[in-house]
Design a protein around this ligand. Sequence first.
Ligand SMILES: NC(=O)c1ccc[n+]([C@@H]2O[C@H](COP(=O)([O-])OP(=O)(O)OC[C@H]3O[C@@H](n4cnc5c(N)ncnc54)[C@H](O)[C@@H]3O)[C@@H](O)[C@H]2O)c1
Length: 455
Amino acid sequence: MKTILCIGAGYVGGPTMAMIAKKCPDIKVLVVDIDAARIQAWQSDRLPIYEPGLAELVKATLNKNLFFSTDVAAGIREADIIFVSVNTPTKTFGEGAGRAANLQYWEKTAREIKANATSDKIVVEKSTLPVRTAEAMERILHSGNKTVHFEVLSNPEFLAEGTATKDLETPDRILIGGHDTESGHRAVAALADVYAHWVPRNRILTTSVWSSELSKLAANAFLAQRISSINSLSALCERTEANISEVARAIGMDARIGSRFLNASVGFGGSCFKKDILNLVYLCQHYGLTEVATYWEQVVTMNEYQEDRFAKKMSSTMFNTVAGKRIAVFGFAFKADTGDTRESPAIRVCRYLIEERAAVVVTDPKALENAKKDLADLAGKITYEPDPYKAAEGAHALAVITDWEDYATLDYKRIYDSMVKPAFIFDGRNCLDHKTLFEIGFNVHPIGKIPLSHL
Ligand SMILES: NC(=O)c1ccc[n+]([C@@H]2O[C@H](COP(=O)([O-])OP(=O)(O)OC[C@H]3O[C@@H](n4cnc5c(N)ncnc54)[C@H](O)[C@@H]3O)[C@@H](O)[C@H]2O)c1
């Protein structure tokens, strides 16, 4: 039986390996992490991350051909193929701080593989990395004693949180980058055979390592760019009485543009978009491509502008002060169907409101624990309330940050009755029925549309 190891049991490593285990009963899948609590959680009924369908997926294979452990060295010795799926956050210190990827976890993993491998290995970059990282990894792996051969492949992950299990089951494509050598071709074929257990061969794309590494950064840059583009126009809509949903529909029906990822919002979040674009920006700067770097950096700048614009609009609409006013923040996760709050627009919005001395109460069905960690420095200044009805009681305004499906079907009459008047709703996702809310009595402020105001 072939053994696959994945180093890093996070949002990518856990779900990806659970899917491989389910689709490949002939393969033993080991997932290791240095975070013992996380490993323990994967083995329990309370998984460390929330993702629809994930609990069932893990349950189906756990301890049959899917195993979680903290023994990284033993995993390396046993595996034929090693996926590396550790975190690659933005560097917060030194050269490239705030833009470049922090590759310290990555390099540590390479050294561990080198130290423990006793037979040839295929090493797969699953994490998102700067272009030509594989080169550095190969240098580390092949330094010193050269008895073991390592073939490094790039196989970026395109899953989106909230739809991870679906994305893994029916991916648009699987991308495998390998070297144009005999051992490179063999390794690419071996990895393609794993995916071919359930992915049609014509969706398994093979490229050079460098194209594969860059394609992941490019995909995230393009997706985020669409959001920043539509958000930039939402600001213009609010000034001109054009309606952003109508504009999005009109342009999205053009087959060359397409309709997806055209929803205006308070801004994009998630651990990847900002980090990957800044990584791309840093790479361009490194290669002296200043104009290219500036072009992509603007996507991030526009996102921050949109988050600030939303927060400031709340204050200006509520008679230029939110001080002392209770404001219920509906949703803290960066998107629906995940508990992940990394880079969530809620963080910036809450910080602004606290700075303006509002009494902020945050509600979210899955993300309150992460929210508490993100805003730990504001402990005592923010309240956390799982029940949205209780969160809204006595509030002057609701700020919808996450498009949780449940929020569309709450009893807004009951909520309105419990709030201070005039009552405001700032819908940062355009996910509520604005007309009905207005008829109930709310002053409704969507993104990129004329507000519905009784004032
Ligand atoms: N989250 C997403 O939606 C997503 C999607 C596609 C790609 N990616 C990329 O995948 C990578 C992982 O992202 P994530 O969201 O799963 O991160 P994560 O932080 O959830 O998980 C990474 C895990 O790696 C572990 N780790 C770090 N160093 C280790 C070491 N030396 N040995 C063993 N374990 C170690 C950490 O403890 C952590 O549990 C990143 O490069 C990210 O850009 C993420």
